[in-house]
Design a protein around this ligand. Structure first.
Ligand code: DAH
Length: 350
């Protein structure tokens, strides 16, 4: 080992370090000089063969060589790493101006849109919104509504019986009886009861599970709750839900829990009463069933008919929804088909 050799080696390694542009190249240089069989390592191993008198000088040269290598290597490694990192950052850059992936939003079911509006309307008129059990007793579903066992009007409501005495309720009218019976101290009543109902029927306009909105108003006789109040209430209800330019028509009907009883039609909101396929050319569409609460119902549920009176009504919640949104088949509302439901992903227009 002499001075010239070392200087040459230093020159050579500095050039190599200088020319390298990647950590990989630098790593190869490190192995070449300081690896197990590296040039600097070999020189170190050779020290033992150097004659005593030259050892000191050789040691100084070797240290210089080693330090020169290490300093320059470290400096270059830092530089190259930084360049590589910047390149990577440049490549992986996130473009924050790109539109994000859309988060899917659910939409309200058309039945919910309808009932929100109905509830707002009736709450604004001082009604309470109440509910009752869907698994009901024969007593509350029929008997306390003046429909004793064997009554022919029961035939209209083909039912799902669970036991002799328990069934899936066929009408929300059951809550009329429950609510009256639950009143410990008899007080005036103003309620609507939106809820599910069940009958053994299944076609485009009937589903085994459907929904009704019962209404019940009871007050002291001296407050004279009359047919006029029922008419006024149903007119407000129909106009709010189906459009302002409507007329109502009361047709006499029969329900065991009301006397007199009515089926209430509104002028067809599609053709305005001229006659079309929706109203089957009649100009009218049946929306409500209603009447003046039968004295027997009051009596059976703890309200003295000499003292109390009132009216009741019961439109189909699905039916109103179908009219509002032009839905042709009731079954669409219970199938949970996303293609149907997402069509209601917008605000109701007033
Ligand atoms: N519950 C009856 C039905 O499902 C509808 C009905 C008629 C409800 C007259 C009423 C009413 O409250 O007064 O057919």
């Amino acid at each position: 080992m002499n001075k010239e050799n070392i200087e040459l080696l230093i020159k050579e390694l500095l050039e190599k370090i200088d020319n390298s542009t990647t950590t990989e190249e630098l790593n190869n240089i490190r192995v070449e000089y300081t690896g197990k069989k590296g040039k600097i390592t070999e020189l170190s191993n050779n020290m033992k063969n150097i004659p005593k008198e030259s050892k000191k000088e050789a040691g100084i040269l070797l240290t210089k060589l080693r330090n020169t290598f290490q300093d320059n290597y470290d400096k270059k490694l830092k530089e190259v790493k930084e360049i590589e990192l910047n390149k990577k950052l440049e490549k992986d850059k996130i473009d924050i101006t790109l539109p994000s992936t859309k988060i899917k939003r659910g939409s309200k079911h058309p039945m919910s849109l309808t009932i929100e509006r109905v509830e707002d309307l009736f709450v604004s008129m001082g009604y309470d919104v109440v509910s009752g059990p869907e698994l009901e007793t024969d007593e509350y579903c029929f008997e306390r509504l003046n429909l004793p066992k064997g009554h022919p009007a029961r035939d209209m409501q083909d039912s799902f019986y669970i036991t002799e005495e328990n069934l899936l309720r066929t009408q929300t009218s059951s809550v009329q009886a429950r609510y009256m019976m639950n009143m410990e101290e008899k007080k005036p009543i103003r309620i609507i009861v939106p809820g599910k109902t069940y009958r053994r029927e299944d076609d485009a306009t009937h589903s085994p599970q459907f929904s009704q909105i019962e209404g019940l108003v009871i007050d002291k006789k001296e407050n004279n709750i009359s047919l006029a109040d029922l008419k006024g209430t149903l007119e407000i209800f129909a106009k709010e839900m189906l459009g302002d330019n409507l007329e109502l028509r009361f047709r006499p009907s029969y329900f065991p829990f009301t006397e007199p009883s009515y089926e209430v039609d509104v002028t067809c909101f599609k053709c305005g009463g001229k006659g079309c396929n929706l109203c089957k050319q009649t100009g009218w569409i049946e929306v409500f069933a209603a009447g003046i609460v039968h004295p027997n119902v009051l009596k059976m549920n703890g309200y003295d008919p000499e003292e109390w009176g009132g009216f009741a009504f019961g439109p189909g919640w699905d039916r109103i929804t179908m009219f509002r949104y032009g839905i042709p088949d009731i079954r669409l509302m219970y199938q949970n088909d996303i293609r149907f439901l997402q069509q209601f992903d917008r605000k109701d227009s007033d």
